[in-house]
Design a protein around this ligand. Structure first.
Ligand SMILES: Nc1ncnc2c1ncn2[C@@H]1O[C@H](COP(=O)(O)OP(=O)(O)O)[C@@H](O)[C@H]1O
Ligand SMILES: [Mg+2]
Length: 382
């Protein structure tokens, strides 16, 4: 019997995002845990400048921050190719003209959080190249990144969200007085100022008065052209659940985050190492069931697939639930919530990765069955 060829998994990390560093740590955990008996792993790093470098040295180069790479890798958006080509650092000349070095990949595991990785742009390139990949498609990724559009869709689906308002940075620059008075009329302090597209709490501020509100909006404006301002909820537990699947997703037990800072900011998430997770979260059975049902509804409402971590605020008094946001490429270190919630629900880390790869391949198969051309009765266009 011939030995089955291993599945070649390209794990993509780094990227042009404020979450570049987090992504490297997530990808390292994924690559360490992928079963070598089943998979051949191709690390694919993307620098902060957006250059791709595939191969075993990718992590080292990204961590060193060196701008001059020994070579680059290119993924052509041509579906008949499905491989990476090694090219010279300058220009797009193959490293060897006579024997261009190419690496084929069977499936991509995108592990880039935030812009150019979690927001549908990378997924668009992979769709063009016809490469199967783990996680959500272009639409779900893009909407999942945009805190304004997703809240509009959640509201429409009857899912509870906090009170919010939003505006363009352009409008802020033109008439900040008008915006401030609108915000102060409609929302109570403290308010949270956020760039519409961000993650890891980058650009997010908690504002207790008008002065802080102005500073918060100015800070958020560095990251996006759209700003969302939310009414801050006090006395809340931050509850997260993991969703896994394509068209019939399943949901994990919930976990609670106990933040080491006043709110769950970048330092509390990654740097000080003092935030804690309580798994499973101590909630009533009824509240757990409600949260799980809402998480599935949110996943379907945004047309997601593969995986998502769905985050909630639950008031400690009265157990009022608010859907905060959805993350389509959640943190994936061995201590991250997404895999930990699955481990607590009976699916260990390595098995979770198997499942995600299977789901990515299944989605591709399903897509391949759809017609992509139409044969007109006459060649009318010639
Ligand atoms: N409306 C709010 N009320 C209370 N706390 C909030 C609110 N919005 C954000 N926070 C706090 O800020 C953190 C980050 O906000 P979030 O919208 O989840 O952004 P990110 O996508 O960067 O994780 C939350 O985990 C929470 O601690
Ligand atoms: Mg969050």
């Amino acid at each position: 019997m011939s030995k089955k060829r291993k599945i070649r998994v390209g794990v993509i990390f780094g990227g042009r995002s404020g979450e570049h560093e987090v992504s490297i740590v997530s990808a390292q955990s994924v690559m360490k845990a992928l079963d070598r008996k089943k998979y051949e792993i191709i690390p694919i790093g993307i620098t902060k400048q957006g250059q791709w470098i595939a191969g075993s040295a990718a992590i080292k180069f990204l961590k060193s921050g060196i701008k001059k790479l020994p070579f680059k890798s290119v993924l052509p958006p041509d579906p008949t190719e499905k491989h990476l080509v090694k090219v010279k650092e300058k220009g797009l000349t193959p490293v060897s003209e006579k024997k261009p070095e190419i690496t084929s990949v069977d499936v991509i595991f995108p592990m880039i959080h935030g812009t150019y990785g979690e927001d549908g742009k990378l997924q668009g390139l992979l769709e063009m190249a016809d490469l199967p990949y783990v996680g959500t498609n272009v639409l779900g990724s893009a909407v999942g990144m945009d805190k304004i559009i997703q809240k509009q869709l959640f509201k429409q689906a009857g899912l509870p969200v906090v009170k919010y308002d939003w505006f363009l940075v352009l409008a802020w620059r033109q008439n900040r007085k008008k915006i401030i008075s609108r915000l102060e009329k409609n929302l109570k302090y403290p308010m949270f100022t956020k760039p519409a597209n961000s993650g890891s709490s980058i650009g997010i501020g908690k504002c207790h008065n008008q002065q802080e509100l102005i500073l918060g909006i100015n800070d958020a404006s560095q990251y996006d052209r759209k700003i969302i301002v939310e009414e801050g909820r006090g006395g809340i537990a931050e509850i997260e659940v993991s969703v896994l699947g394509n068209d019939s997703p399943k949901v994990s037990v919930p976990g609670e985050i106990i933040s080491s800072n006043k709110f769950y900011d970048y330092d509390a998430k990654y740097v000080d190492g003092k935030s804690q997770a309580i798994i499973p979260a101590k909630l009533t059975k009824k509240t757990i069931r409600k949260i799980q049902a809402m998480a599935i509804k949110a996943f379907i409402c945004l047309d997601l697939s593969g995986m998502a971590r769905v985050d909630f605020f639950v008031t400690k008094k009265g157990y009022q639930i608010y859907l905060n946001e959805i993350n389509t490429i959640p943190g994936f270190t061995s201590i991250s919530m997404y895999p930990k919630l699955w481990a607590a629900s009976g699916l260990p880390y390595a098995k979770l990765l198997d499942e995600l790869i299977k789901l990515g391949l299944a989605k591709q198969q399903e897509k391949n069955q759809l017609a992509t051309s139409y044969q007109p009765k006459k060649d009318w266009y010639k």
